[in-house]
Design a protein around this ligand. Structure first.
Ligand SMILES: NC(=O)C1=CN([C@@H]2O[C@H](COP(=O)(O)OP(=O)(O)OC[C@H]3O[C@@H](n4cnc5c(N)ncnc54)[C@H](OP(=O)(O)O)[C@@H]3O)[C@@H](O)[C@H]2O)C=CC1
Ligand SMILES: O=C(CO)COP(=O)(O)O
Length: 345
């Protein structure tokens, strides 16, 4: 039994707190809103974010110092855009022995930093390599119902990865480990862009063929960028790669898919985001990926098309035309080729 602080009382922070409570840990769920902490403790519900009963082993806090005092592990689960702000508040309060985990999925525009890098920059006692990542196909709604779910925890330090695996693993929440932090974080962040595209495609009324094409060619783009940055191509065939791509592109729970769907039906981005009421990480990450693709000179036509729809006023149908009329080419020049090159020597 351990004491664990979960920072961010949205849908994913609440669901991960439930997993930890099911594993008999003492969970401190931190929110920046005092009213929300009171409501969770009094009603055992967090209805704004998740339809679930909150176990007694979870106590909500709005005082960060109290929430993280004496804990074994701190789990960051706020949206990517709030990571630095929360990490700065944590910095003077955290003991260097604490295991730092994050479960957020995104890349910061302009700096192009991954979440572990942002946390590593803000926490003076920790290097980015010491931050553990938790990622994989895991919608909060299903985790809260204890439906079978699999995720991967990643750290270059096998002890930290195993400690995190032990904290979370149970009979409905299976946790694997991986040493490829880069691949695990990039897979989780970049699939949100393709999920926006899958939603747009469905919103336009296109069928399963179009969605399968987006997912497959989207995975090729993700792997192309990821390997250019040094990730292991095999990671993109695992849970935080193709696994998360499948769940996010095909589930009605996905906020990225739902936002894309509304865009495909002709709604404006500002109206869609207002309507969602929860974070749609792909909108911010597409800016970062678009910039990354240019800097790395990596071809990412789907990402580019989604960027154009979101930020340059291009019509989704025109982007589809643009994608379908690209130069003729061989298919096997992406993930399969990268794998062949890596493993044929
Ligand atoms: N939902 C899911 O199924 C999954 C989500 N994720 C990832 O987890 C991360 C969090 O997502 P999720 O929980 O779904 O998001 P939600 O939109 O459900 O909740 C976000 C939470 O973060 C809080 N928050 C926002 N800004 C700050 C801040 N500056 N300081 C403190 N708290 C803040 C919000 O508070 P407030 O209520 O005041 O806005 C809210 O409690 C994302 O990166 C997402 O991609 C990963 C896997 C699954
Ligand atoms: O990452 C997720 C599931 O693994 C959640 O995706 P959404 O943010 O699109 O809901």
């Amino acid at each position: 039994m351990a004491k664990v602080a979960v920072l961010g009382a949205g849908s994913w922070g609440t669901a991960l707190s439930i997993v930890l409570a099911d594993n008999q840990h003492e969970v401190r769920l931190w929110t920046h809103r005092t009213e929300q902490a009171k409501k969770i403790n009094q009603t055992r519900r967090n209805d704004q974010y998740l339809d679930a009963v909150i176990p007694e082993a979870i106590t909500a806090y709005s005082d960060l110092k109290q929430a993280i005092a004496g804990v074994t592990a701190v789990v960051f689960v706020v949206p990517t855009k709030a990571i630095r702000e929360v990490a700065r508040q944590v910095d003077p309060l955290i003991s260097p022995e604490t295991t730092i985990i994050h479960a957020s999925k995104g890349i910061e525009p302009v700096t192009l930093k991954r979440v572990s890098q942002m946390i590593g920059e803000e926490l003076t006692a920790f290097k980015e390599e010491e931050i553990v990542v938790l990622s994989g196909p895991s919608h909060a709604e299903e985790v809260a119902l204890r439906q079978p779910t699999t995720v991967t925890v990643s750290s270059v330090d096998p002890d930290r990865a195993r400690l995190t695996q032990d904290l979370f693993i149970n009979e409905s929440f299976r946790v694997y480990t991986s040493p490829d932090v880069l691949g695990i974080e990039l897979g989780g962040a970049l699939k949100n862009i393709i999920a926006l595209g899958a939603g747009i495609s469905d919103g336009l009324g296109y069928g399963d063929n179009a969605k399968a094409a987006l997912m497959t060619r989207g995975l090729a783009e993700i792997a192309r960028l990821g390997t250019s940055l040094g990730a292991n191509p095999l990671s993109f065939l695992g849970l935080p790669g193709v696994g998360d791509l499948i769940v996010t592109c095909t589930s009605v729970h996905s906020r990225n898919w739902r936002a894309g769907n509304l865009l495909g039906k002709g709604n404006k981005l500002e109206d869609v985001l207002e309507q969602m009421g929860m974070v749609v990480e792909g909108v911010r990450t597409v800016k970062a990926a678009y910039q990354f693709a240019k800097e790395q000179q990596v071809e990412m036509p789907i990402t580019e098309g989604i960027y154009q729809v979101l930020f340059e006023g291009k019509q989704p149908k025109d982007v589809v035309g643009q994608l379908m009329s690209r130069n003729k080419r061989q298919e096997m020049d992406d993930l399969a080729q990268l794998l062949m090159e890596r493993y044929s020597q």
